[in-house]
Structures are given as C-alpha cells and as structure tokens.
Design a protein around this ligand. Structure first.
Ligand code: AMP
Length: 228
C-alpha cells in the first residue's frame, strides 16, 4: 500500500468485520499461506479466562454478555503478544482493534517498532446472515480448525480433516442472544474504524458473502499487493 516503504518491516494486516464475517477462518488460511501469525484477541481472552488470570477473571462476564472487554485489558494482552518473537514474521489481526482507542494504541505500538499497517480489509456481510452463520459453527478441540454445520462440515462426520481429532468445541457466546449484543457492539464501536482506516488510505473493502475459497482468493491477492 505504501510505495515509499523502504524497510522490510514485518507486514501487519487487519481484518475488520462483524462477528461471523469469517475473520478467523480467513486469518487462519492467510497464516498457512504466508506464514504470518494470526492474532485473535478473542482467542487470547478465552485463553486468559481458561487460565484464570486476573485479566481473564475481569473479562469473563463481559464476554458472556457479548459486550466489549475494556480497552486497557485488551491493549495490554495484545501488546504482550505482539512482543513475541514469532510476530516478526508478520501478523494478521483478527478482532483487534475494535474501538478507536485500540486503533490509536495499535498505531503507537507499531510506530515504536518501525512498523505500520499494510492493509485494513473490511469483510462486508449482511447482518441478517450472521446469526445462522455463528450458531452453526464449531472448532476442532485438537488443532482449532473451524467448521460449520451447513457450510463446512468435516469430510468424515465427527473427525477433524486436519488432525484427526474427534473432539469439537462450540463457543459459549455463540448463542442467538449474545450474538445480537455482539453485532450491536460491532456497529456502535467497531464499524467507525472503517472510516478511520479509509482516512489513512489503508482500507480495502471486499464482499465477504460468497464461498470461503473465493474470499480467500481475494484476500490472498490483496496481501500480495499490500506487502509487495
Ligand atoms: P471474538 O472471538 O473476536 O468474537 O471475541 C469474543 C469476545 O471477546 C467479544 O465478544 C468481546 O467480548 C471480547 N473481545 C475480543 N476482542 C476484543 C477487543 N479487541 N476489544 C474488546 N473486546 C474484545
């Protein structure tokens, strides 16, 4: 995106979009294709809740209600994870930033590291379709591969295509009531970031209502151009 870029700073890509838009699925595919690290603040927070850390204890009820965890907690978690050595390969941010304060904090963190955002891709979807997308999804308990009852079932029923595990998980917050709160939080706090990144000249919007592989193709082309 930035023709004046002269250093080989690690690429930074952001996937924006409401819950169910496919950010996690697409981030994992980009991770495999380009060797970048998928950074999902939702995954980091779920791990903190499971580990019973102070941040996890504070975040648990907020996440169960479908509200946003405080900027302070999320920024601290993201800052720590970004400092890990593997992030030097490049990162795909999935679910962060979700507020303007987080976006500004990210700009500062990256600037301090000589990095900048290569592209912020907005996955454009119809809200009405998101509830059914979310309520049918589940992941492999072994490797984390994502599935969906209707759109992407495992090839052999009950067996993960990737790792062969027979254990699957559904998220506690993937129920109709919480999804409505999560969609509202998206529209109130996160959708304004589309304009934020448009002003910076980093925004690319794509129609994300199609087949997973078609959207992956569009994203792959964007990443190649943005990081060339
Ligand atoms: P996700 O896995 O991205 O759908 O996130 C699950 C939940 O974690 C959200 O509904 C929020 O409660 C919380 N969460 C994840 N990322 C953030 C963030 N960047 N800011 C605030 N809350 C977040």
């Amino acid at each position: 995106m930035d023709g004046s870029k002269t250093t080989a700073a690690a690429p930074v890509l952001i996937l924006l979009g409401p819950p169910g838009a496919g950010k996690g699925t697409q981030a994992r595919m980009l991770e495999e294709q380009f060797g970048f690290v998928q950074l999902s603040t939702g995954d980091l927070l779920r791990a903190a809740v499971a580990a019973g850390t102070d941040a996890g204890k504070q975040a648990k009820a907020v996440m169960e209600a479908g509200d946003l965890v405080s900027d302070e907690i999320v920024i601290a978690i993201l800052r720590d994870r970004l400092a890990d050595a593997d992030c030097a390969k490049g990162v795909i941010l999935d679910g962060f930033p979700r507020t303007e304060a987080q976006a500004e904090a990210l700009d500062e963190l990256l600037a301090a590291n000589g990095q900048k955002i290569d592209a912020a891709v907005s996955l454009e979807v119809d809200d009405a379709a998101m509830v059914s997308r979310i309520s049918g999804r589940f992941t492999c308990g072994g490797c984390g591969e994502g599935y969906h009852d209707d759109f992407k079932p495992p090839k052999a029923t009950g067996v993960c295509d990737k790792c062969g595990s027979t254990e699957f998980k559904r998220r506690a917050d993937d129920n109709a009531e919480t999804v409505a709160a999560r969609l509202e939080a998206y529209h109130v706090s996160t959708a304004p970031l589309i304009k934020y990144y448009a002003r910076k000249g980093a925004l690319i919007g794509i129609n994300a209502m199609g087949e997973i592989k078609d959207i992956a193709g569009k994203l792959s082309a964007i990443v190649k151009t943005a990081t060339a």
